[in-house]
Design a protein around this ligand. Structure first.
Ligand SMILES: [Zn+2]
Length: 83
């Protein structure tokens, strides 16, 4: 019979996105707690999504905004996978 290893000495919960144990922030309206960088990426992504939505409704080109969103998403993912 084995018991689960205890995480003694770990007082910080890991970031829900990248798993780093650091100071976490909770965005308004989000249940997840992320580190500063992930929170910033998530906040920017939300803003970009709103901008893309507004731009496409008014018939503007959203290519630049989409490229920016993709870049942030890729960076966010890379950080999550670097753990
Ligand atoms: Zn993080």
């Amino acid at each position: 019979m084995r018991s689960a290893p205890e995480n003694s000495g770990r007082c910080l919960p890991p970031c829900s996105a990248c798993g780093r144990e650091t100071e976490l922030f909770q965005l308004p309206g989000s249940k997840e707690r992320d580190c500063f960088e992930c929170s910033a990426d998530v906040a920017t992504t939300i803003l970009l999504a709103a901008e893309i939505d507004a731009a496409s409704k008014s018939g503007e080109d959203t290519g630049g905004l989409r490229a920016e969103g993709l870049q942030i998403g890729t960076r966010h993912l890379a950080r999550a996978q670097s753990q």
